[in-house]
Design a protein around this ligand. Structure first.
Ligand code: PLP
Length: 393
């Protein structure tokens, strides 16, 4: 028999990435288990284990493991019956995947600004949007609240407003798995919560996501829609249009191992943040993303703003200067209301004369924050930042 060669992928070890995957020691063991039992497809027992462990961690009644966080958001809108011409309020300062499922459904997004203390959804802007749409006689069908960079939004005032109008909340906790709000797990405050296990998130299945809720009927419906909406019959009977959104057993195996090291990953990311804070606290003109007193941020990404009253440095100059020595950094998310795709939709700023997300986008950046970032590599980032600020400010 001919021996088959393996393709070797060469790796550039000197590049410092923003947030690379970081596997523990047991993932390989669980994947091996999937291989040795031939549970490669269709579903398999590790999916159930993964779902049980996610819901146990979050403290919810259940969880559905899916192919991506985007798929989870899409199904969340589906099970809340969001459809053509429905309004959905959504945080503006986020990754585009928070908003796209709204238009998959033919619904209409309305974007809500951030507040300065947590960078997450502004209760003042949300209230103004509700007032306006109540007046028009067209209340939203759902509100998507995003938790940015590892930190929960200020849920109590936001939920009070949504509850007053009887509108359900979908919590986009793709970036905040492991964070807490008043002692409770982030992602568990809405009717439905969404996690992502994409490659850049705090733990990863290479690609994956989950929907969590205390409402098992909604989760069962999501699970049904995620598996092609097959009615029980050997000949494949269909009364509904479904999707192929279920996570594979092989990827669930990685997830089971990753969940075991989640707390270590959080501690490591927080330590990365603390090192940046300590090393750069004397640099005038840098302000780190605040950690709101109501909970624990995972510091998924260390984010900071450059204060224009101290320095003429623009975030892009810093990003380019870091890139010169092979260090990856990124601007803060470009708000949805500024994206060409979404510029024609309504937007409610924090106050009539202040858009917080515009300011954060213009002045903010994210530094390499991986849980596997070595102290030595982080010093390379810090040294470069020090020299940029000394040279140019
Ligand atoms: C990553 C991310 C998503 C999408 O998750 P995927 O698993 O990549 O589909 C959604 N919302 C936010 C805020 C994210 O950061």
């Amino acid at each position: 028999m001919k021996e088959r060669g393996r393709i070797l992928v060469t790796k550039n070890y000197s590049r410092i990435h923003l947030s690379p995957p970081h596997l523990g020691s047991n993932e390989r063991h669980y994947v091996e288990e999937a291989f040795s039992t031939n549970w490669i497809a269709p579903v398999g027992p590790l999916i159930q284990t993964f779902e049980k462990e996610i819901s146990r961690y979050a403290g919810t009644a259940g969880a559905v493991a899916l192919q991506s966080g985007t798929a989870a958001l899409h199904l969340a809108l589906q099970v809340l019956d969001v459809g053509q011409r429905d309004i959905v309020f959504c945080s503006t300062l986020t990754f585009v995947a928070s908003a796209n499922p709204i238009i998959y459904q033919g619904a209409i997004p309305v974007f809500i600004d951030s507040e300065p203390d947590s960078w997450n959804m502004s209760p003042a802007a949300l209230q103004r949007a509700f007032g306006h749409f109540e007046h028009k006689g067209h209340l939203p069908k759902a509100v998507i609240i995003v938790n940015l960079y590892g930190q929960s939004a200020d849920m109590d005032p936001l939920l009070a407003i949504c509850n007053k109008y009887g509108v359900p909340v979908i919590e986009d906790a793709a970036e905040s798995l492991g964070a807490t709000y008043k002692g409770k797990a982030s992602g568990t405050f809405g009717k439905l919560g969404v996690f992502s296990f994409n490659g850049n998130k705090i733990i990863t299945t290479s690609g994956g996501g989950a929907l969590v809720s205390d409402d098992c009927e909604l989760l069962d419906r999501a699970r049904f829609l995620a598996t092609q909406a097959r009615d029980p019959a050997v000949h494949y009977e269909h009364r509904h249009m479904g999707y192929n959104y279920r996570l594979s057993n092989v990827l669930a195996a990685i997830g089971v191992g990753q969940l075991e090291v989640l707390e270590e990953r959080i501690q490591a990311r927080r330590m990365v943040f603390d090192r940046y804070l300590k090393a750069l606290s004397s640099v005038q003109g840098i302000e780190f993303m605040p950690e709101a007193p109501y909970g624990r941020s995972t510091r998924w990404l260390t984010a900071l703003t450059v204060n224009i009253s101290w320095t003429s440095l623009k975030p892009m100059q810093i990003i380019e200067s870091l890139a010169e020595i092979d260090i990856e950094s990124r601007p803060v998310w470009k708000p949805m209301h500024l994206q060409p795709l979404y510029k024609d939709y309504d937007y409610y700023p924090h106050s009539i004369d202040e858009s917080v997300s515009d300011r954060l986008f213009a002045s903010g950046l994210c530094l390499p924050s991986g849980s596997s970032l070595s102290e030595e590599d982080q010093l390379r980032v810090i040294d470069r930042l020090n020299s940029i600020f000394n040279r140019l400010s």
